[in-house]
Write a protein that binds this ligand. Structure first.
Ligand SMILES: [Zn+2]
Length: 380
């Protein structure tokens, strides 16, 4: 069955072409009112027009050769690894991140030179995180997240041009771009406004897809964002060629410390305990995984990895027919480095043990800061 038939089968609203091209080429909107208006209009349209089972949408999940490879389970290989990149808005920046050994924040002018040897060694995929630093760039809505001149939007276009075979994942969240550092738009009482956050997050995901991301990966944990993103991808006619990877089970905890240093995404008040999962919240994790599969996720992710091997196993059991990803987070990486530096164990041995443990638990994709090392250590 063709995609167009499938779409008409689920009662998809008919678009005229001029309408769609204006949607796809829209400029980044900086005004609060405009941003809200666009989000409300878009979400209202999708929520009333699609009545079928959204989990019927499978093509996006295997649209790219790497995404097809991810459908198989194997020993650790280079194609299972996604390398995190912190993209600064200072074009010439190349700064070591003190709490994250050997990892840098890099501006656009440093990216190609950094990645060229890694791609030659077999790097298949990167995940992009934006690090906006300009004065006054952050606001309550995270407007800079999808600014066409912002670091992630520009990096997506640059990397697509320079490395046509590199699979580009865009992390989708607002916390790097909001003045308050939270992962969505807030109510006056400081809690997340779920509806507005989902509207905004799904617009940002669309912008990244339009800029060239092969995969969008929302890490914000707002309820319902997978469905909203999938609907907008369908509406724009690109759902069959964009992978939707959900951070389904993302636990709160102290292991993200070095990442927050790197991305400058620490909340200015409070914490993320009301939207990230509580440590030990296994039932909630299982519910979130089931929900995201129903809402149209192509890949589900568990984060952190090594301390949640039981949840990775749960994810593989619940999503037995789909790829499971695990994020070996900054704190896990830093601890392995610290142990090796103290002479407790050998870095390479521990990196393998940790990563292979994650695979044995059920993951077939690992987001890892060890990726450049593994490109040297692995033969394929
Ligand atoms: Zn966030």
């Amino acid at each position: 069955m063709s995609f167009s038939h499938l779409v008409s089968d689920i009662g998809f609203r008919d678009h005229d072409t001029s309408d769609r091209s204006s949607h796809l080429s829209r400029p980044s909107l900086r005004s609060t009112t405009q941003s809200y208006a666009r989000s409300y209009a878009s979400t209202a349209a999708t929520s009333v027009s699609i009545s079928g089972d959204i989990s019927s949408q499978l093509h996006g999940g295997y649209s790219h050769p790497l995404a097809r490879a991810w459908q198989a389970e194997r020993q650790l290989t280079k194609s299972m690894l996604i390398y995190p990149l912190f993209i600064s808005d200072i074009a010439d920046e190349e700064t070591l991140i003190p709490s994250l050994p050997n990892q840098h924040r890099r501006g656009l002018n440093k990216l190609v030179a950094h990645l060229t040897p890694l791609v030659a060694k077999g790097l298949r995929s990167v995940i992009l995180f934006g690090v906006p630093t300009a004065a006054g760039i952050k606001d309550a809505l995270g407007t800079a997240a999808d600014d066409p001149k912002g670091p992630v939007m520009r990096a997506l276009r640059l990397l697509r041009r320079h490395f046509p075979d590199l699979f580009l994942v865009a992390d989708v969240c607002l916390c790097e771009y909001t003045s308050h550092g939270h992962c969505g738009i807030l109510r006056e009482d400081g809690s997340l406004n779920n509806g507005l956050s989902v509207d905004r997050i799904s617009d940002v995901a669309m912008a990244y897809a339009e800029a060239g991301a092969h995969c969008v990966a929302p890490s914000d944990m707002n309820d319902g964002r997978i469905r909203a993103i999938k609907l907008k991808l369908i509406e724009a006619g690109v759902a069959h060629k964009v992978v939707l990877m959900s951070y389904s089970a993302k636990f709160s905890g102290c292991l993200y410390g070095p990442f927050r240093d790197a991305a400058g995404s620490c909340p200015s008040f409070g914490d993320r305990k009301c939207y990230q999962l509580p440590p030990g919240g296994r039932g909630l994790a299982r519910r979130a995984i089931s929900r995201d599969i129903q809402e149209g996720a192509d890949i589900i992710m568990v984060k952190p990895a090594s301390s949640y091997l039981d949840i990775i196993s749960d994810a593989k059991e619940i999503g037995e027919n789909m790829p499971v990803a695990a994020y070996q987070v900054s704190g896990e990486f830093a601890m392995i480095h610290a142990g090796a530096k103290a002479g407790v164990f050998d870095l390479k041995t521990m990196a393998f043990e940790s990563t292979e443990g994650i695979l044995r638990a059920g993951a077939s994709i690992v987001v890892s800061y060890f990726t450049p090392d593994f490109l040297d250590w692995l033969s394929s």
